[in-house]
Design a protein around this ligand. Sequence first.
Ligand code: GAP
Length: 498
Amino acid sequence: MPKEEINNLALRRTLYFPSGEIYASAPSGFWEFGPIGEAIRRKIVAVWRKELVEREGMIEIGGSQILPEDVFKASGHLESFNDPIVQCKKCHSLFRADKLIAEKVDGIVPESLATTELDKLIDEHKVQCPKCRGKNFEEVRKFNMMMGLQIGATGDQPAYLRPETCQSIFCDFRRLYKSSRQELPLGIAQAGKSFRNEIAPRNTLLRQREFGQMEIEVFFNPDKINDVAHFEDVKDYKLNLMLLKTGKLGKVSCSDAAKKKIVSGKLVAYYLARVQQLYEKLGIPLEKMRFRELDNDERAFYAKETWDFEVETDLGWVELMACNHRTDYDLKGHAKQSKQDLSVTEEGKKFVPHIFELSAGIDRAFYVILDLSFRKEKRGKEERIYLKLPAAIAPYLSGVFPLVKKDGLLEKAEEIAQTLREHQFDVFFDEKGSIGKRYARVDEIGVPYAITVDYDTMKDSTVTLRERDSMDQKRIAIEKLPETLWLLSLEKKTFKEL
Ligand code: GAP
C-alpha cells in the first residue's frame, strides 16, 4: 500500500507520530508510538518471544542502553561502524554516498566500497544533488554512526548509546553461560532500543535514529554446527533463498541447503526456517519473503556469512532481519580488550564459541506488516479500510459495543467487557456514534472481532459477533464468548465453523 495511505492512517489513529512534534527544532528520525501502535509493537515482540525465544529454550536479558567506550573498541564499531557521506558543494546538503549512487544506477552499491571508489562512481554516473541539482561534490568521507556521551560530573568517562542490542549479550556471555545450563548451543535474546546517527533518516519507521531491535545470539561449538537437536522438524521445510551465484530466488529444503553447503551448516538452515515461520505467524505471505545472500563487500565487518531476511512491500524489498554468522569475532574481541577469558570447555576441549545471530528490527516489522495488511475496499458507494492483522498482533482481540446507551444495554456491555478482561482478553469498549462508525473504527486498526449488545441480548443472553474480514455476523451466547474468542484467536476454529 502506498506509504501516504499508511502514514495517514498512522497519524489519524495515532499509531506513530514524530517525537517532540510541538517543537520546530525536533530532529528527524525519532518517532513516538501511540496506544494502538504501541500495543501492536508490543505484540510483535510477544510473538517473537513465544515463537523463537521460548520455543527454542533460549534465555532473554535486559541490558543497558549505554555502554563504555571499551565495548565499542572491542566490537570494532569505533573503527568500522561508518557510513560513507558526501556533501554537495553548492547547497551543502549531506547524503549517504552509496545510496545516492544506488538511486542513480538503480541497483545496490556496497557501503563498504573505498571512498575513492565512491568518488569515481559519482563522477562516472554524473550524479546530481537531489536537492539543488548541483553537479559538484566534496570528496566522500567516512562518518561514524554511534552517538557518544560523557558519563559523570567530570565527563571523563566516554560512553556510547548502543548501536545494536547484542553487545551486552556478548559482554554478559560468561556469566549467563555459567548461570544457565552451561551447555552449547545457548541462545541469548534481548529486545530494546538501539541508536544510530543516520545521515538521512527516511520512510518513517524504516530508517530511524532510535529504533527497536529484537536480537538473538546463538552461541555454538563450531565443530558441532551440524549437530542440531530438532533438525528433523525442518529438514523438508523449504526456504526462499536468493543465492549470490545465481541472483535468482528459489525454494530450497533445509536439508539440501545444508547438504549442498549453500549455508555453512544445519544450525544456520534450522534458524532460517524458524525465522521464515515466525514471519508467517506475523501475517507476512511466504511469496513476499526471501533470504538474500550478501556478498563480501555488502556484509557487516563482523560477519563471514549473512542472509538478509527481506520482504517485498510497496517501497520495494525491505530488510527486516540480518542473519549473521559472526564466528568467534565478538567473544575474541571482548576477551582481548577486557583481558578476560571468554572461552568454554566442553568434552575436555577449550574453545571460543561461535555465534549465529538473528537480528531483527521491531519498527521495520511493524511498518511492513501495516503495508501488507492494509486493505481498502469499495462496497457499493461505501469505502472501507481495514487492517488484516493476525489476531496475535491485533491491538485488541475484540471491540464491545452497546447498540444504544439506554435500557440497560450500556451496563450489560460493560459487564461483558469486564468478564472478557478477567479472561485475559484485550477489549476495546466504545459506546459513541452509530454502530456502523464503531465497526469502521475498529476495522481500521485491525481488531478482528466486534461484539454488539442489542435488545435481543436482554431477552436471550446472546450477542452479535462480527468478523472483521468477512463482516459476517453470528449470534453467540454470552457464556460461550470466552471459549469462542479463545478458539478463534488460536486458529483452532474458523468463524464459518462456529
Ligand atoms: N547486530 C546486528 C545488526 O544490528 P543490522 O543489519 O545493522 O544488524 C539489524 O540491523 C536490523 O535492525 C535490520 O535488519 C533492521 O530491521 C533494523 N535496523 C537497522 N537500522 C535501522 C534503522 N536505522 N531504523 C530502523 N531499523 C533499523
